[in-house]
Write a protein that binds this ligand. Structure first.
Ligand SMILES: Cc1ncc(COP(=O)(O)O)c(C=O)c1O
Length: 371
């Protein structure tokens, strides 16, 4: 199999562990071991202390899946497959698609959500936001063709922080059901909505031909565990994914499974912490955007840890980001890593040191504007 480089991940590989400030991260301030273990209840602490480092169950530990199932209304522990989030995308696309199938994906987007299909010889269409930044469902419906097999979307959306309403989601599902279309719903930023009323149901809970993806990386501040999961009511697809997984990771890391249980059992606490960091940072970005309104096309996101403002500068955004990281040590992602032709940057606000990094960006801009 030949696949194009994952531009965003290659960019992170270059700077993530060398740049002193990361102003584009999509995770929430990662927890450290002592913080996480201090939240453990006696049962999970005992599991941790007595853990044998053997292989684990391929589908994921039953105890972990029982915790995960609590995040859903209709999905049971048997309908959950534990894996690495990125692996979940790879396996789903391989199982759902064949060469020549037509796939519609939200765009710009996390590259694997369309690149795996592209590498398999599928035909792709982009569901893009309107001029006002909203994903209009009528535009999605107009993209459907006779060979459409799959709709892929990601709400809350990476990179814009946009979402749709529950009514719109229900319309998409009725549309897909009538035409026998599969849905892959990337829900990696679920529970990071700033208003509870903006939270969508998990698509796997309400549509029988959907696969939903979620995990510990963003909402739960534990990306280093490499634990995520797929949920689906479709047993045929589920079994095919289980078989394919024997060729990727087979099963998850034993320590990570226990740590994920601890994270999930402390869901409310971790999410409240993260929403507080986000809310403090967003208020600072609001002020920054006001100050730089001649440069930043600012639209406040609805959820998550990232947004994608357009920049009106007299230098290309790639060059701007390169200069910023070279001179100030602040890493920003340019829109070229999303293969997107507008001049945007991805701004991340889930980390505690975001105000410091933003201050350096402010200094850099002030100097640039004086020139
Ligand atoms: C929308 C989306 N889906 C999937 C992933 C993959 O998650 P992970 O890196 O934890 O495998 C990411 C990570 O950034 C993401 O933003």
């Amino acid at each position: 199999m030949k696949i194009k480089p994952f531009e965003l991940e290659r960019y992170f590989a270059k700077y993530e562990f060398s740049a002193p400030y990361l102003l584009s991260c999509s995770d929430c301030e990662p927890l450290n071991m002592s913080e996480l273990l201090s939240m453990a209840d006696p049962e999970s602490l005992q599991l941790w202390n007595n853990l044998t480092l053997a292989y684990t169950e391929s589908q994921g530990s039953p105890l972990l899946r029982a915790e995960i199932a609590k995040l859903y209304k209709n999905i049971t522990a048997d309908e959950i497959m534990v894996l690495v989030p990125e692996e979940g995308i790879f396996l789903s696309m391989n199982v759902l698609l064949e060469k020549g199938d037509h796939v519609i994906t939200t765009f710009p987007g996390y590259q694997s959500l369309y690149e795996v299909a592209n590498s398999m010889g599928c035909e792709l269409s982009r569901w893009m936001p309107d001029k006002d930044g909203k994903f209009n469902i009528q535009n999605l419906f107009e993209l459907v063709k006779t060979n459409t097999r799959l709709i892929v979307f990601n709400f809350p959306h990476n990179p814009t922080g946009e979402s749709i309403s529950t009514e719109e989601l229900n319309e998409i599902i009725s549309f897909a059901r009538q035409r026998n279309l599969f849905i892959f719903s990337d829900e990696m930023y679920r529970f990071l909505e700033y208003e509870d009323s903006d939270r969508l149901p998990s698509v796997s809970d309400i549509y029988e031909n959907a696969i939903s993806l979620f995990g510990m990386s963003k909402t739960f501040s534990l990306p280093g565990l490499r634990i995520g999961w797929l949920s689906t009511k479709n047993q045929i697809i589920f079994q095919q994914i289980a078989q394919f997984k024997d060729y990727t990771t087979i099963c998850s890391s034993a320590p990570s499974e226990i740590l994920a249980i601890i994270g999930l059992r402390n869901k409310e606490r971790i999410i409240a912490r993260n929403l507080e960091i986000i809310s403090i940072n967003l208020a600072i970005i609001d002020e920054f955007a006001k100050k730089h309104s001649s440069i930043f096309k600012w639209r406040r996101p609805k959820a998550g840890t990232i947004t994608f403002p357009e920049l009106k500068l007299n230098i290309p955004v790639d060059e701007f980001c390169k200069k910023l990281v070279d001179e100030k040590g602040v890493m920003l992602l340019p829109s070229s890593v999303y293969n997107y032709d507008k001049e945007c940057i991805r701004l991340g606000f889930g980390r505690k040191n975001m105000p410091e990094a933003l201050k350096l960006l402010d200094e850099f801009l002030m100097k640039l504007l004086k020139k």
